[in-house]
Design a protein around this ligand. Structure first.
Ligand code: PHE
Length: 453
């Protein structure tokens, strides 16, 4: 049997996992969910839910993936042979494929906007037409579909090259670059006149907005941004060597992800206030606000404006690509390991399926806008189905599996580097308590609140 691929170093594990975690969830979704959820109050709930609920799920996925050395479906079959758990593995193969289909539409928008930036479309003359530009772009039939095709095609090409040469290499180069780019944009955004209102908005808590829905949305955001409940982290963990400390790589990934979300928030929110735009303006926020700022800036400093806008949309594009490859990899691991397909065939099959669903999602902004499922457009339906329900459900199943189905001894071995890490040994009782009780019951409680609210 061919040797299973592994990541080369701790740096590349964290870059690949952080690459999966850091994505549109941080740059595109985080700022507008914070906006809708009441600024800093939302961030506090989000932090608590990350520590108590989603970090334990992260650990559970890492433990399952690395113990089994297989993707989601295979892992369940290996660790609980003959049981129904494998169907849960199957569910989590489906979830990332639904996500990648609509995610690729937004990834395609960033590609389209990068092209606009490269052709100096956000110039001083365009100031008044920027708002209309976004709706014209997303409602037209063909251009977003072409952009979606390019985005998904690039994702698939990277996945095709495999774990070491494709995923690891791409993430190790683009993630540090992305960090530098977004820092530059943040500094620029904070220096804008009127930006302090945005900083205050991010830092001053408004607890009056907190209700069951906001708490559920903070948990949903935390699942989404850490790529949990989809098997992406589980699959990546299966490529991690046995002597690696998975607690450290998990905390490193979550730490980077949070840092990045905050920086992205500080890059976007001050600009939103400087432009006088409503902070809860929804998914269009970064595609409408920032180009407006770039266009305004174009009047005084056209070259700087062009450079910053190119950096910004290139950052979003890189961030989105390292995330979408982790979603496709879940499906590839399943088809290669369980259906014995070649990597090439698996990638092609997934490309075709996700491309078709993505086209429908893309058209739901324009020609198919009239079709609604439970009062939502097809795009909104896929987003809500996955981030409000399937991810938390998948995460819950993973954590129940690690906490209640796997033996405590195996979980301890995995979390403590086989007893070699003294710190992890000392922390183990707390971690196990979180995995077994706090996280599952917390997730169920929030889930139920969300359903009946
Ligand atoms: N975490 C990614 C982001 O923040 C999205 C993602 C979801 C990636 C599920 C993989 C699996 O954009």
């Amino acid at each position: 049997m061919a040797q299973r691929e592994t990541f080369g170093s701790r740096f590349s594990i964290i870059m690949a996992m952080a690459g999966s975690a850091i994505g549109l969830g941080n740059i595109w979704r985080f700022p507008y969910t914070v906006g809708e959820g009441g600024g800093a109050a939302f961030i506090i709930v989000y932090l608590v839910s990350t520590l108590l609920l989603t970090m334990p799920v992260f650990m559970a996925e890492s433990i399952i993936g690395r113990t089994a050395q297989a993707g989601t479906f295979g892992a369940m079959q290996k660790l609980a042979p003959g049981s129904k758990w494998k169907w849960m593995g199957f569910l989590t193969v489906i979830t990332p494929l639904i996500i990648v289909s609509y995610y690729s539409v937004v990834g395609g928008w960033s590609f389209g906007y990068l092209l606009k930036a490269l052709t100096f479309s956000f110039n001083a003359d365009a100031v008044d037409s920027i708002g209309g530009m976004f709706s014209r772009f997303t409602t037209s039939a063909w251009t977003p579909i072409v952009c979606h095709t390019v985005f998904l095609g690039s994702t698939c090409l990277i996945v095709l090259r495999g774990v070491k040469k494709g995923i690891e290499k791409f993430a190790s180069i683009t993630m540090p670059l992305l960090f530098v780019l977004i820092l530059i944009i943040m500094v620029y955004s904070i220096s804008l006149p009127g930006a302090s209102a945005g900083l205050e908005y991010m830092l001053k808590p408004d607890f009056s907005k907190l209700d069951g829905k906001t708490i559920a949305s903070a948990m949903g955001q935390s699942f989404f941004t850490l790529s949990l409940g989809t098997g992406s982290i589980l699959t990546y963990a299966s490529y991690v060597k046995k002597d690696e400390n998975i607690l450290i790589s998990g905390l490193g990934t979550a730490g980077f992800d949070l840092l990045f979300a905050m920086i992205a928030g500080f890059a976007v929110m001050p600009a939103v206030f400087a432009a006088g735009i409503e902070p809860g303006a929804g998914p269009g926020l970064v595609f409408e606000t920032l180009p407006y700022i770039f266009a305004k800036m174009g009047a005084d400093a056209p070259w700087l404006s062009a450079a910053i806008s190119i950096l910004f949309f290139a950052s979003i594009l890189f961030a989105a690509l390292t995330s979408s490859i982790s979603m496709i990899e879940v499906g590839v691991a399943y088809l290669v390991e369980e259906k014995k397909m070649t990597r090439g065939r698996s990638v092609l099959l997934l490309f075709l399926g996700c491309w078709a669903l993505g086209v429908i999602c893309s058209l739901s902004f324009g020609p198919l806008a009239g079709i609604s499922l439970l009062g939502k457009t097809i795009f909104e339906f896929c987003d809500s189905l996955t981030s409000d329900y399937l991810m938390a459900f998948g995460g819950l199943l993973f954590i129940l599996f690690a906490g209640w189905k796997m033996s405590k001894a195996t979980v301890r071995e995995e979390l403590t580097c086989f007893g070699k890490s003294k710190l992890n040994v000392a922390l183990f009782p707390l971690l196990y308590f979180l995995i077994r009780y706090v996280a599952p019951f917390g997730i169920i409680a929030i889930f139920i609140t969300n359903l009946i609210w």
